[in-house]
Design a protein around this ligand. Structure first.
Ligand SMILES: [Zn+2]
Ligand SMILES: [Zn+2]
Length: 109
């Protein structure tokens, strides 16, 4: 991540390894917040990080971080720990039936 607080769309595209067109479309559709200065867009690091965080999807398959059950597809691991930046998978059983929202490490009393 570049040190500047604001990045051009070109820099964002390069940083993420995607095309400029993709970033431009995300900005135009409002998915990725950006400041418009004349014809130029600037994306703040905080907004970019928030966008990346919200667009995260659980990896295919894995182990529930709460009960330890191994799942072969991400379909049963539909949720992740709500602690920001954690991303530990939580299975539907724990999430829906037990109401657990955090992995063991971040479990609230
Ligand atoms: Zn579980
Ligand atoms: Zn966690």
């Amino acid at each position: 991540m570049p040190a500047e607080n604001y990045m051009s769309l070109e820099e964002v595209a390069e940083f993420l390894g995607v095309t400029y067109q993709l970033i431009y479309r995300l900005v135009r559709s409002g998915e990725l917040p950006a400041a418009r200065l004349g014809k130029l867009y600037r994306v703040s690091r905080a907004d970019l990080e928030r966008y990346l965080e919200s667009s995260k999807t659980p990896a295919a398959g894995g182990v529930c971080s709460v009960c330890g059950t191994v799942y072969k597809s991400s379909g049963s691991l539909g949720n992740v720990c709500k602690e920001s930046g954690c991303g530990e998978p939580i299975c539907f059983d724990c999430w829906n039936r037990l109401g657990i929202r955090y992995c063991k490490k971040h479990a609230k009393k």
